[in-house]
Ligand binder design. Structure first.
Ligand code: HPA
Length: 275
């Protein structure tokens, strides 16, 4: 069996064949947030099927392509469509795209997602900057034989969401006239939404928002030593906190509604990352 690093290098080689742009920033676009792709001055677009060893997403609303281009003059690669554990992929598959963004040269990674609000002050449509996460309920992407190219055996997780980037995100929000809250993100395994009892558990554990992605990616990205920020679009109150049953369609619709603020914030944030 070949190493994970060798597999990722093959992916990097096939991406470089399709596009030579060296990204400074890597961005993942979460559920319903793919509209930001229209704000990228696109240089190339590489479908996941064309990338050696890349997992292909099966979820409706997740396109599955790497977009290369510029935002505010900053070279970036955006992952339009991520793959999730609940699709049956291994942890290594799930984090392969973010690792590839790092190996392509991105120095800062921005992870975005749609999430359910657990904290009472989080309302549908709010944007939340992730300050820390709980990844304990999902497997670690670092388990298995240690590959030093992808980080230390026992990486510190004290400051996963880079304080410098959090400051820049708040400055960008202020400049874009977008309200930006803060909170702790808990990754649940999915694909079912939580029960009200699980949401009470999330609150008791200290979570402000719950989702089905991001923390596992954040672990892999942080282990690689990259700067990182996480942004959640709160699409609903988590189960049991409002009378409405949850649906993927509603999650996507709210994310689409919030996308104007999200887009403005991201554009200002990326500009600051390039400065
Ligand atoms: N739970 C989990 N994932 C989600 C939610 C939620 O309430 N909303 C959007 N993604």
């Amino acid at each position: 069996m070949g190493s994970e690093y060798a597999r990722l290098q093959a992916a990097v080689a096939s991406v470089r064949e399709a596009c030579g742009l060296e990204p400074r920033v890597g961005l993942t676009l979460g559920s319903g947030l793919g509209g930001f792709a229209d704000h990228i001055d696109m240089a190339a677009c590489v479908p996941y099927e064309q990338i050696s060893g890349f997992p292909v997403s099966t979820v409706e609303g997740h396109a599955g392509r790497l977009i290369f281009g510029h935002v505010a003059g900053v070279p970036l690669v955006a992952m339009d469509g991520r793959v999730h554990l609940y699709e049956g992929y291994s942890p290594a598959d799930v984090v392969a795209p973010v690792r590839v963004m790092g190996l392509l040269g991105a120095k800062a990674i921005i992870l975005t997602n749609a999430a359910g609000g657990v904290a009472s002050e989080l309302e549908p449509g709010d944007l939340m900057l992730i300050t820390d996460h709980l990844a304990t309920l999902v497997p670690s992407p670092l388990a298995g034989p240690h590959e030093a190219e992808l980080g230390p055996r026992f990486p510190s997780m004290t400051e996963v969401y880079t304080p410098r980037l959090r400051t820049l995100a708040h400055e960008a929000a202020h400049e874009a006239h977008v309200a930006l809250k803060e909170g702790i993100y808990l990754q649940m395994p999915g694909p079912a939404y939580e029960t009200p009892a699980e949401v009470r558990m999330a609150a008791a554990l200290g979570a402000d928002a719950v989702g089905m992605s991001t923390a596992i990616e954040a672990v892999a990205v942080h282990a690689m030593g990259l700067e990182m920020a996480g942004l959640s679009c709160i699409t609903n109150k988590a189960a049991g906190l409002s009378s409405a049953p949850l649906s993927h369609e509603d999650v996507q619709a709210v994310a689409a509604c919030a996308s104007a603020g999200f887009t403005a914030l991201l554009a200002h944030f990326i500009a600051r990352l390039g400065a």
